[in-house]
Design a protein around this ligand. Sequence first.
Ligand code: SF4
Length: 317
Amino acid sequence: MLIETLNLQKHFRIGAGQILHAVDGITLNINENEILGLVGESGSGKSTFGKTLIGLHERTGGQASFNGEPLPARFSAQDHLHFSRDMQMIFQDPYSSLNPRMTVLDIVGEGLMIQGQHKRSEVRDLVAEWLKKVGLNADHMSRYPHEFSGGQRQRIGIARAMIIKPRFVVCDEPISALDVSVQAQVINLLEELKNAMGLTLLFIAHDLSMVRYVSDRMAVMYLGNLVESGPANDVFFNPQHPYTQLLIESNPEPDPALERTRAFVPIKGEITSPVNVGPGCRFADRCPKAMSHCRTVTPESVEVAPEHRVACHLFTQ
Ligand code: SF4
């Protein structure tokens, strides 16, 4: 087990005594050299979970560890330096995540310079090597981010994360801001690097078909809670939680001929507010199978098949 979280929480105080429960008790393991896909609608807490895990947000509660080493709730500068050797992040927006005033050399080489284990000339050589690995040219290193397309910028972001040779990378919606034609190229690049480097990835996305394609296991979040997790094909082709079932039914079918014959089943209503949430199932207001006690009793996670877990009262009665 490379990553373990136990009841991980991230709450934000938003004034007037109100608390936003962005992540509310996530217990999850990520095995070495696997891709765990994390899905859910916008506002489900996926990105906040990833950022809290690697110390970009202070953890409100619960525990987390990397390779058996406890991760602090609040990372000090020393903790960031220590854990960033093994844990990196690829950000969603390749436009805002690259400093427009820095050259590609400085962006990609920054982590190595901070680690302080290489001379400037060595950093330059490594940046050139990594630009080639991600499909760019070594002479791109003197240019600035605005001189590149979205897909190229995301390749720069990937090189920045990978040059450190991490063991674990959080990929936070790495393709959602890219053209469809470029998405597959970036996914293939991530898979190649994962296999070549023996990486472990947390792949956060809302495109379920893509997540099933790249992931070994899949986890589904709703309003800060984990509602279902298991082998990616089991969860995608045999979803058990009512939310996962609706999420997959509302997912567009990539084959246009099949898509035309399919009845579109949208999930009713909007995701409810994560502010000052009480007990009970958070999906109860939108769930077609809700029972009276769903609104008052929080469902426990139970194993419904080998390594396939669901948090729903339909399985706890
Ligand atoms: Fe629906 Fe109840 Fe299950 Fe929640 S616990 S998903 S409301 S059946």
